[in-house]
Design a protein around this ligand. Structure first.
Ligand code: GLN
Length: 191
């Protein structure tokens, strides 16, 4: 099983390390052709508008839409979750628009630019160390989706079929359980 990490911006090496710890073969993806033999992909955090521009420039927008529509699992973390969302609060345009969630960018305010909390995440852990950095939150999850975690009443992790979104950065901890959850999802949807 091979899982890619979109390598346009963000903590790519950290995601690769965690995916391997979770039992997958993981590779950095810089060209659209590299999507072909992947079973799933992670969209890392960073700055969603910047990543989106780079995705357009290198032909990833359409290719990733097809990847998702073909039923291949996609895990968006932080900015990656914004890229996946079908709706973004306060703006008309979206990026990939694949996952039926509505997100709001920079949702935790200035004084909480970055912080870490232990959260229960359904199906993942009772005490997951979640690192938030200028994080978005998920305002709404569509009917076919499932809320996995909340922090201060705000949804911070959700799943819809083969799409997984987290407002935090699971690659910036030593805890591979969130990546393991995604690796299991990829196994489930493979073949
Ligand atoms: N605030 C960023 C955005 O809107 C996301 C932050 C992150 O990925 N750490 O794209």
């Amino acid at each position: 099983m091979k899982i890619g990490v979109l390598s346009l911006q963000g903590a790519v090496a950290e995601h690769i390390r965690m995916l391997e710890e979770a039992g997958a073969t993981a590779v950095a993806v810089k060209k659209v052709e590299e999507l072909e033999d992947l079973d799933g992909i992670v969209l890392p955090g960073g700055e969603s508008t910047t990543i989106s521009k780079l995705m357009h420039k290198y032909g990833f927008t359409e290719a990733l839409r097809q990847f998702g529509q073909a039923g291949k699992p996609i895990f968006g973390t932080c900015a990656g979750a914004i890229l996946l969302a079908k709706r973004i609060h306060g703006q008309d345009d979206v990026h990939l628009g694949l996952m039926n969630v509505k997100v709001e960018r920079n949702a935790f305010g200035r004084q909480k630019d970055s912080f870490e909390v232990e959260l229960p995440i359904a199906g993942v852990a009772a005490d997951y160390p979640a690192v938030f950095i200028r994080a978005p939150y998920i305002m709404e999850v569509g009917e076919t989706g499932q809320v996995l975690a909340k922090y201060e009443e705000k949804i911070v992790a959700a799943r819809e079929g083969h799409y997984l979104a987290a407002a935090f950065h699971p690659e910036l901890t030593e805890d591979a359980r969130m990546h393991k959850y995604f690796v299991d999802m990829v196994k489930e949807y493979r073949g």
